[in-house]
Design a protein around this ligand. Structure first.
Ligand SMILES: Cc1cc2nc3c(=O)[nH]c(=O)nc-3n(C[C@H](O)[C@H](O)[C@H](O)COP(=O)(O)OP(=O)(O)OC[C@H]3O[C@@H](n4cnc5c(N)ncnc54)[C@H](O)[C@@H]3O)c2cc1C
Length: 505
C-alpha cells in the first residue's frame, strides 16, 4: 500500500506499527522449519521480483529479508513510526478526518485510514487448566525462544495446525521425547519443494519474461486447486487418495488412522509437508489424541488419567482468527457514532473485504471474506491496494471529502457470497476457523482469485455515497434520510442473514 501510494506521488502518509520493525508475520514467526505454504515467486510483490529465492518455498528469514530489502528499495522506512500501537480510531464528520490515537497518547489526523493489521498475528493461548502453574518452559510458536535449548528435553507440542506441522519434524531429532497433542487432525499433503538451480536463477535474472512465465505457471497451478473447493464430490475422491498417502507414510496402523481426518479434504485449510507424517515413525514421538485434562507443575494429565513428564510446552495453537479481534481490538467509530464492535457484534461484514458501510474512507487489507486457502494472499492485497487507490482518485475527481459504501450494496454482496459458500467444500460439515459458530464463513473468498481482481478493477460508484464538507443543510438532510433507509435495510438484512445462517446450520 505504501509503495503504491508513493508510486502515485502521494507521499503524505505514515505507517503506525506496534512492534519494532517491518515484516509482520515474517518478523514474528521464526520457529524451526517456518516457511510459507505458497511458492515464493508467487508470494512476493508483482512489481518487486526477487530472482534469488533459494527454493520453491523459501524459509521465513528469506521472506523477511525480502521485505526488509523492499522497504529499503522504495524508501518506506522514513514513513514508519514504530512502537505505536493504535488504540482508537474515530471518524470526525465535521472535518472529514480520522482521529487515530496510539498507546503512547499521540493523536494523528488523516483523511484516509487503512487497516492493515494482519489476519494472523494475535497468538491464541488456550485456556487449559493449570497452564499458568506449569514450572517448565512455555512459549507460543510465534514467540519462539531461541535461547532455550530443547536438546534432550521432554517436549509437549499442543495443536497440529500449520505451524506445529512445520516445527515438530525439525525438533523431533533433538529432543528426548516429543508428545504431539492433537484435537482434530489436518489433511497434510506433500510439499512440492525443491532448490532452485543456479542456472534457473540466472535465467530468471537475464532471460526477459522467464521469471514471469514461472510465476504465471505457479499462479494457475494454485488456482486449479479451487476445483475441489467448488466441487465437494471431487474433494471427496481426493480424500481417498490422501488417506492412502497417510497410510503409506505412517508405519503404525493405529497412529495412521488417528492422523486421518473424518471430514472432506479442503473443509479445513489443507497443510503441506513431506516431513510431518514420517515423523510419527520415530520412537521418541507419540501422537496423543486424548484431550488434556490438566497441566501440573511438571507434567500433563490427559483425559484417560495418564500423566506425562514434560520440561517444555510449545503452544502450536495458532492465532485469533476472528476479524472482529484481529482487524481491530480497539475502539473504531464511524458516522454518527457507529461503533464497529457493535456493527460486527454478530458477524463481521465488509464489501470486498475492503470497505465497510458507515465507516467513510476506512480501507481494509484482507478484511472479512478476502482471505484464501489456495493461493497467495499477496495477489488479493495487490488487488485491494489498486481498488483503494481508485477510490481515493474517485473522491478527488468528485471534489468530495469522503466516500462510504452503501448498506444495500454491502448487504447484496454478502448475501451473494454466503449463497456461494453453501456450494463449497467449506460447508461440508467440519468445524473450521473459516466459520463462526452459526456456520457463516467470514474468512475466505469463495471464488477464483482472478474474479476478485476483475471485480475490484473498477469501482462501482453507484455502490458508494460521496460526501462533500460544507454541503447545504438540505443535502445533509438528504443524506441523513438515506442513512435512515439504509438502517431499515440493515434490519432487513439481519433477518435475511439469520435465514442464510439457519440454512447453513
Ligand atoms: C506462520 C504463518 C504462516 C503463514 N503462511 C501463509 C501462507 O502460506 N500463505 C499465505 O497467503 N498467507 C500465509 N500467512 C498469512 C500471513 O499473515 C499473510 O500472508 C501476510 O503476512 C499478511 O500480511 P499483512 O501485512 O496484512 O499482516 P501481518 O504480516 O500480520 O502484519 C500486520 C502488522 O500490523 C501490526 N499491528 C497489528 N495491530 C496493530 C495495531 N493496533 N497498531 C499498530 N500495529 C498493529 C502487527 O504488529 C504487524 O506488524 C501465514 C501466517 C502465519 C502466521
Amino acid at each position: 500500500m505504501a509503495i503504491q501510494l508513493k508510486e502515485q506521488g502521494k507521499n503524505n502518509f505514515f505507517i503506525l506499527e506496534k512492534s519494532h520493525d517491518v515484516g509482520g508475520t515474517w518478523r514474528d514467526n521464526s520457529y524451526p522449519g517456518c516457511a510459507c505454504d505458497v511458492q515464493s515467486h508467487m508470494y512476493s510483490f508483482s512489481f518487486s521480483p526477487n530472482n534469488h529465492w533459494s527454493k520453491r518455498y523459501a524459509p521465513w528469514h528469506e521472506i523477511q529479508q525480502y521485505l526488509l530489502e523492499t522497504t529499503a528499495k522504495y524508501d518506506i522506512r522514513k514513513h514508519c513510526q514504530f512502537h505505536q500501537e493504535v488504540v482508537s480510531a474515530v471518524f470526525n464528520e465535521n472535518i472529514g478526518e480520522w482521529v487515530i490515537k496510539t498507546h503512547t497518547g499521540i493523536i494523528y489526523h488523516c483523511k484516509h485510514f487503512i487497516l492493515a493489521s494482519g489476519p494472523l498475528h494475535v497468538p491464541e493461548i488456550p485456556n487449559i487448566k493449570g497452564l499458568k502453574n506449569f514450572q517448565g518452559k512455555v512459549f507460543h510458536s510465534a514467540q519462539w525462544d531461541h535461547d532455550y535449548d530443547l536438546t534432550g528435553k521432554n517436549v509437549a507440542s499442543i495443536g497440529t495446525g500449520g505451524s506445529a506441522i512445520q516445527y515438530c519434524p525439525e525438533i523431533a531429532p533433538k529432543v528426548n521425547q516429543l508428545d504431539v497433542f492433537q484435537r482434530t487432525p489436518a489433511w497434510v499433503l506433500p510439499r512440492d519443494d525443491r532448490k532452485y538451480w543456479r542456472v534457473e536463477k540466472t535465467a530468471f535474472k537475464h532471460i526477459p519474461g522467464w521469471r514471469k512465465l514461472h510465476r504465471y505457471r505457479l499462479y494457475w497451478t494454485n488456482e486449479a486447486r479451487v476445483w475441489p473447493i467448488f466441487n465437494p464430490s471431487l474433494a471427496k475422491s481426493l480424500s481417498m487418495l490422501a488417506k492412502g498417502l497417510i497410510r503409506f507414510q505412517v508405519k503404525d496402523k493405529v497412529t495412521a488412522s488417528r492422523l486421518t481426518p473424518n471430514y472432506t479434504i479442503g473443509c479445513k485449510r489443507i497443510l503441506i509437508s513431506n516431513k510431518y507424517y514420517p515423523m510419527f515413525n520415530r520412537k521418541n514421538v507419540e501422537l496423543v489424541t486424548e484431550g488434556i485434562k490438566e497441566i501440573k507443575e511438571n507434567s500433563i494429565i490427559t483425559a484417560d488419567g495418564k500423566e506425562r513428564a514434560v520440561d517444555c510446552i510449545i503452544l502450536g495453537t495458532g492465532f485469533v482468527v476472528d476479524p472482529r479481534i484481529y482487524m481491530r481490538d480497539f475502539e473504531l467509530k464511524g458516522l454518527e457514532g457507529r461503533d464497529l464492535r457493535t456493527d460486527w457484534k454478530d458477524c463481521a461484514e465488509a464489501y470486498y473485504g475492503t470497505s465497510v458501510a458507515g465507516y467513510p474512507n476506512l480501507w481494509m487489507l484482507i478484511g472479512p471474506n478476502s482471505g484464501l486457502g489456495h493461493n497467495s494472499i499477496i495477489f488479493m492485497i495487490e488487488a485491494q491496494v489498486k481498488y483503494i487507490l481508485n477510490c481515493m482518485k474517485a473522491i478527488e475527481h468528485r471534489q468530495s471529502d469522503y466516500m462510504t459504501v452503501k448498506e444495500d450494496a454491502q448487504l447484496q454482496f454478502n448475501t451473494h457470497l454466503q449463497k456461494l459458500m453453501k456450494q463449497t467444500v467449506w460447508s461440508t460439515g467440519c468445524k473450521s476457523w473459516y466459520q463462526q459458530e452459526d456456520g457463516r464463513n467470514i474468512a475466505v473468498w469463495p471464488k477464483s482469485t482472478w474474479k476478485f481482481w476483475l471485480e475490484t478493477l473498477n469501482i462501482k460508484v453507484s455502490d458508494y455515497v460521496f460526501t462533500q464538507l460544507g454541503q447545504s443543510q438540505e443535502q445533509r438532510k438528504d443524506q441523513h434520510r438515506n442513512r435512515v433507509s439504509e438502517t431499515k435495510s440493515k434490519m432487513k438484512r439481519n433477518k435475511e442473514n439469520t435465514e442464510v445462517a439457519t440454512e447453513l446450520t
